[in-house]
Design a protein around this ligand. Structure first.
Ligand code: UDX
Length: 474
């Protein structure tokens, strides 16, 4: 009986409380629960309040209530992130994330202590913390839990960050475009341009990257790292990572029932615009979104808008949110919305999966957030890439240079309206190479998710290895 109890893993999942992390964590929770795990999912009071508000959630804002009714053992808890509820986390993201490393850690510690004392059935055996938390190893050690770090970005980015010492000794760290020679010394990465390094490595001011480096240092101490990526897409990088630490590529972690998921993770009210999309011909609509955090410059937004006008493309543009973050309201050219009223929508937020998977959508102008890239591949939509910061710079390299499923918006430092229009034309043309490539990439990904595919096998292997580790600990 005791043995059985221990064999059913009970994992505590703690995402970074930002949209791009909550999404993969939520779907991971569902995946593991459907494989027999008991899950305690830890949200924050703030994300809870935002979700409840944006989705008018019943059942006290519990996003998993439907899953629980269908028999999955997912328990949902919310704790304070240490900031007042009124604090604007998206507009002050750097301050927020850095603050999390101090006060949030104390709340997590307190929460786990109570969870342990409350003698959960089955007992908690493992913590799956976002690799962007700095305290996973400390907490795991304190409560004798298996320490799993969940890396929500591509393996290439993790590999670069694991080899910061090499970047430093070769003068590529913090070089911010000063060295243009190709980097060929990072194990597992054949070649990468300095401008494609994650922004944390390019930043001339190392203090801005300090937090990320602490996270990476901590992730290196984890018993296991699971990654939201696909072995076939980053095979040589992943092989080298695996020499260093048990790393399992188990992605893409997407909702099981892709468009009609019973779980909504949106922190902002979202519409799906299906009725509007239904009025458009297949493959004719460009979807434009820069994710949950990106701050675009006024000039960039203006050039994109002018490019849209020149191209005459139909579009859905998720923009209001980015404008609110940047604090600028009247950012579009005068008369833009009136002029495009018959063919375009400028919206605050949408159900991205419903939009991307609609047959009318033929291209995605994206900031290359990793979730957006994976979702675009899954929906077979080629991309126009406009990376802004962090991993997005490296993700662009994967999309455009390695997999050839997208084009660059930017040539050089500036974007120009004519270039925007030209790239829109390229990506929206039906016979373009990128469209064929993205269809092939989707096939690869789909195969890897099947029973015999690497993602499924890696997930099963991870579960087995974890169960063994749990037994060793008891
Ligand atoms: C950031 C980083 O950019 C990303 O690379 C990292 O992995 C997580 O943190 P974010 O900028 O928000 O994420 O972008 P992205 O990773 O693309 O995640 C955004 C998520 O929000 C996606 O899952 C997307 O489907 C969803 N979304 C976006 C919506 O549901 N509606 C929208 O209108 C826009």
């Amino acid at each position: 009986m005791e043995l059985k109890k221990h064999l059913q893993p009970h994992a505590v999942l703690i995402p970074l409380p930002l949209q791009g992390h909550i999404n993969p964590f939520t779907h991971l929770a569902m995946k593991l629960a459907s494989k027999g795990f008991t899950i305690t999912f830890v949200g924050t009071e703030s994300t809870h309040q935002q979700m409840a508000k944006s989705q008018s959630l019943k059942d006290d804002g519990n996003p998993f209530s439907h899953a629980q009714k269908s028999g999955l053992d997912i328990r949902y808890a919310k704790i304070s992130d240490g900031f007042p509820l009124s604090f604007d986390r998206r507009a002050n993201v750097r301050q927020f994330v850095e603050g999390l490393s101090h006060v949030f850690q104390a709340h997590v510690d307190d929460f786990l202590e109570n969870l342990v004392l409350s003698k959960q059935n089955p007992p908690i055996s493992c913590i799956i913390a976002d690799s962007f938390h700095v305290w996973g190893s400390m907490i795991a050690k304190k409560y004798n839990l298996v320490n799993v770090s969940f890396w929500t970005e591509p393996a290439t980015v993790l590999t670069v960050l694991y080899h910061m010492d090499l970047l430093k000794s070769n003068g590529h760290f913090g070089c911010h475009g000063k060295h243009e020679d190709t980097i060929r010394y990072i194990p597992g990465i054949q070649a990468i341009q300095p401008e494609d390094l994650p922004s944390y490595c390019q930043d001339a001011d190392p203090s801005s990257s300090k937090y990320v480096f602490k996270c990476i240092e901590d992730a290196q101490k984890a018993d296991f790292v699971i990654g939201n990526t696909v072995q076939e897409l980053e095979s040589s990088t992943i092989s080298i990572l695996q020499e260093q630490q048990p790393f399992y590529a188990i992605g893409p972690i997407l909702p099981t029932n892709f468009t009609k998921s019973t779980i909504s993770t949106n922190l902002l009210p979202a519409s799906d615009y299906t009725d509007w999309l239904n009025t458009k011909q297949d493959g004719t609509v460009l979807y434009i979104s820069f994710g949950s955090l990106a701050n675009l410059s006024k000039q960039d937004i203006l050039e994109i808008a002018q490019g849209i006008l020149i191209s005459k493309v139909s579009f859905i543009w998720v923009l209001r949110h980015n404008i609110l973050v940047s604090g600028e309201r009247d950012i579009l050219p005068l008369g833009f919305e009136e002029e495009t009223a018959d063919r375009g929508l400028v919206v605050p937020w949408c159900s991205q999966l419903a939009v991307l998977s609609h047959p009318s959508v033929g291209g995605f102008l994206t900031h290359c957030g990793w979730n957006s890239v994976l979702e675009s591949i899954w929906c077979e939509v080629p991309m126009i890439c406009f990376p802004v910061t962090s991993d997005q710079l490296t993700n662009r390299k994967l999309v455009v240079d390695d997999w050839r499923i997208g084009v660059n918006l930017r040539t050089g430092r500036l974007i120009r309206r004519e270039g925007v229009a030209e790239n829109i034309g390229k990506i929206m043309s039906r016979s373009n190479e990128m469209k064929k490539n993205v269809e092939k990439t989707r096939m690869i990904v789909q195969n890897e998710l099947s029973d015999e595919g690497s993602s499924e096998k890696n997930l099963n292997q991870f579960i087995e290895d974890m169960k063994n580790k749990i037994l060793q600990k008891n």
